[in-house]
Design a protein. Structure first.
Length: 72
């Protein structure tokens, strides 16, 4: 009885993790493109891009640790 709920919660949080992973990937790519197109990027823009990259890598590492995969 208790173990069924644990499996259900894990699946729910895995879905949320994959959703966040996709969002952060898109955000990082947009920041990276903006930085590449910028003629003279500010320090803030560079920092925002690095922060977006670190967030994406953190979620990617978490997904790998939890053995989450995208099945279509």
């Amino acid at each position: 009885m208790f173990f069924q709920r644990k499996g259900w919660l894990r699946k729910e949080y895995d879905k949320k993790l994959l959703t966040q992973l996709q969002e952060y990937k898109e955000h990082w790519q947009k920041q990276k493109q903006l930085l590449d197109k910028s003629f003279d990027p500010s320090e803030e823009a560079i920092c925002q891009t690095k922060i977006a990259q670190v967030k994406y890598y953190f979620l990617l590492r978490e997904a790998k640790e939890r053995n989450v995969s995208i099945k279509r």
